[in-house]
Structures are given as C-alpha cells and as structure tokens.
Design a binder for this molecule. Structure first.
Ligand SMILES: Nc1ncnc2c1ncn2[C@@H]1O[C@H](COP(=O)(O)OP(=O)(O)OP(=O)(O)O)[C@@H](O)[C@H]1O
Ligand SMILES: [Mg+2]
Length: 369
C-alpha cells in the first residue's frame, strides 16, 4: 500500500501526477424501448500509472459501463453522449482522447489488443468459442512479445499454470466450452495478462473463484504490475481485496464518482456520507461478531429517473433540505490532501481552501436531517 503523502508531497504529486487514463465528465445512456437509462452521469476519475485504482459502489452504479466505455465497448443500445477519455501509453506520454477514435477502427483495435486489456465480469464475453484457449493466448503473445511459435506456446502454458490451471498442457488444447466457469475465468485472466498491457481493467476478476485461486491471481497481477509497470482498474465489491490490492479508490454512486482518494484516506478518513455508509456496511476482520453491520437505508433509485440535486440525498444521513435536494454538488478537493476529492455539499466551504468546518465528521452518520 502507498504511504500517506504529506500535504506538500501531495501538492507536488498533483502537479506532476502521471496517469495512464483520465476520464472526464463521461456520460453514457442506454436508449431502450421502455425509456432511457442514465448509466453514467458525468464520471471523472484518474488511473495512476503503475498503480491500482479500486472502483467500488453498489450494483448498477456504473462500474462495468465505465470500464467498457474506456475500451469503447459499451454494447448497443448504449451510447456515449459526452466526455473525454485521455490515454497516455508507455511509449508516447502525449495523451490521446480515445473517444475520438472509431469504435472498431484500427487505433482502437490496436489499443484493445496491446495497451489496454479487460477481464470481464462474464468470461464468455472475451473468449472466442471457435478457437482453443491456447491458440487465443499464444496469438496475443505472438503479437506482442515473440514471433516464435514454440516460445509463444511455452509462454502461454506458463501463464496458464500461473493462473492456477490444473494440467495447463491439456487446457492449452481445450475449447472454452470444455472448461468449467472458474476455469474459463482463469483462461480469460491469462489472456488479458499475456499481452502485458499498460492498463488492465479487471471487472470483479476473482468473484467466482475459490480463495486460494483468488490469492494466486491477485499475486500474479501484483507481480506483473511490478515487472512491467502495469496500471490496474480493479472493480470489486470486496473491500478486503481493495485494502490489499489498491493504491487509490474511486467510490461510485448512480453513475458518478462521489469520492476518490488514496486507499488509506478512504478507509481512515472518508468524507462522503455514502463512502462512510458503505464502509459501515461491510464486515471487518477483528471486529466483534455480535456487532451489527449497518445497512445503507433505502435503495438505489431506478436509473430511468433523474434525482434533482445530489443523487444520494434521499438516503443520506446528513441531508440538508433546500440544498442537497436542489443543487448538484461540485467536486471539492481537500486542501490538506489535493488528490482527495469529494462531491458533497458538506464540503462546499472547502472549495476556497478554508478549514474543515468543525463537527462535519460528527454530523455524518448521525441523524442530522
Ligand atoms: N446492455 C444494457 N442495456 C440497458 N441498460 C444497461 C445495459 N448495461 C448496463 N445497463 C445499465 O447501466 C447501469 C450501470 O450498469 P453497470 O453494469 O455498469 O453496473 P455495475 O456497477 O457494474 O453493477 P454490478 O456491481 O452489479 O456489476 C445500470 O443501471 C444498468 O441497468
Ligand atoms: Mg458490473
């Protein structure tokens, strides 16, 4: 885990922050016959180079659609209606806006095959049913690492072994439908890692796997990260895995990032009432089993409707009538930690770098309605 920077270090890092992807004001709608789903309502986030950004939030908040949008793979009837996705590859640090490329054009195909790979929530999405698993992995190796077929096969078998495949030599010749769900998941992870990408988008990569395999795969990702400086966008519901894997965390609610900060700040100094509620709703190691976990009251509003003001206000324990239900909060950067931002009216006074109003943290989680 990264250590907490001092304010001056953080200021410096903001000035020189090196990112692989910077998403700004990304909006995605699904236009179906029964109405429009507003899946992303202005997502802004930054994936630091060589580090891991965890993306968390309740089901339906737009984690997967954000990952898919980065690769221009939002399925129809989804459309990106605005925003930019700045990508800086290892070779050329000059950012390009991926949304300016044709979805299926040569630039995007090159980026998908070489620079950014994705482990999908649903493994069959990326495995081609008509080619063997080995064929698909060694193709990626051939394309990006070696031109030698024998070497590519050895590397493919090695990576299958590393993701915990039993009998990798046999699996090499299997077709995806011949594998169990967990094995397909591992084959897809092997394929995504085999092209040594700049960025790996891992969408709940280990949810379907047993804990030993999960631990091996997380180790493998970290190893590769150190070896090739790969960045990871790690989508998960498991905050234990976030604590273990991530340097930074983006918390999403209803198609927006409501807070992004270092993993330490998210766990020990969360600002947004939603982040605080989310942390209270998960079991922690070492806590008394008899302690009740809190549930976040209410449920996520349906994505067909648009809530006025802050989208979290109907469920927020710190709701301020007349403010939170009328106006959308702006992004506020914490003055003592410039990489930490939050979208919440409680912190609006901080926008001009004033001191934290006393009692803010007490009001959060209280019943201040
Ligand atoms: N193919 C689709 N057609 C219509 N709506 C969709 C489609 N895919 C996603 N959506 C909508 O977009 C929103 C965001 O979905 P997304 O899959 O990104 O959520 P998520 O945060 O990944 O959830 P989960 O944790 O359950 O995986 C949801 O409201 C969802 O219903
Ligand atoms: Mg998802």
């Amino acid at each position: 885990m990264a250590s907490v920077p001092t304010a001056s270090q953080a200021l410096q890092s903001q000035a020189t922050a090196d990112y692989v992807v910077r998403v700004e004001d990304l909006r995605v709608e699904f236009r179906t016959s029964i109405g429009v789903t507003y899946a992303l309502n202005g997502v802004s986030l930054e994936i630091p180079r060589g580090k891991t950004l965890g993306v968390v939030g309740e089901s339906g908040c737009g984690k997967s659609v954000t990952g898919l949008a980065i690769l221009q793979l939002v399925p129809p009837p989804g459309v990106v209606t605005s925003g930019t996705i700045g990508f800086r590859s290892r070779e050329s640090r000059t950012p390009v806006n991926l949304l300016e490329y044709e979805r299926m054009g040569p630039e995007m195909r090159h980026i998908r095959g070489k620079s950014i790979s994705m482990i999908f929530q649903e493994p069959m999405t990326s495995l081609n049913p008509v080619y063997t698993v080995g064929n698909q992995i060694s193709e990626a190796v051939l394309l990006h690492q070696t031109g030698e077929h024998k070497e590519a096969k050895e590397r493919a078998i090695d990576i299958l072994r590393k993701v915990g495949m039993p009998n990798p030599e046999r699996i090499y010749s299997n077709y995806p439908h011949e594998l169990s769900g967990g094995m397909r998941q591992r084959a897809m992870i092997a394929m995504a890692l085999s092209c040594t990408p700049d960025l790996l988008i891992a969408d709940e990569p280990t949810t379907a796997l047993d804990v030993t395999t999960e631990a091996n795969i997380l180790d493998l990702m970290r190893e590769l990260q150190q070896e090739i400086g790969m960045s990871i966008m790690f989508v998960t519901h498991n905050l234990g895995v976030v604590a273990q894997m991530c340097d930074e965390v983006a918390v999403m609610y209803l198609g927006r990032v409501v807070e992004q900060a270092s993993v330490e700040e998210i766990f020990y100094d969360p600002k947004h009432p939603y982040t605080i509620s989310l942390l209270k709703s998960i079991p922690r190691l070492g806590t008394n089993r008899k302690e009740h976990l809190e549930v976040i009251r209410g449920s996520v509003p349906d994505p067909y409707s648009r809530v006025t003001g802050c989208p979290f206000h109907p469920r927020c324990p710190s709701f301020m009538p007349g403010i939170c239900d009328t106006t959308m909060p702006n992004v506020v950067y914490m003055p003592d930690s410039p990489q930490h931002f939050v979208r919440c009216h409680l912190y609006n006074d901080l926008a001009n770098h004033q001191a934290v109003p006393s009692g803010v943290s007490n009001s959060i989680g209280g019943n201040g309605q």
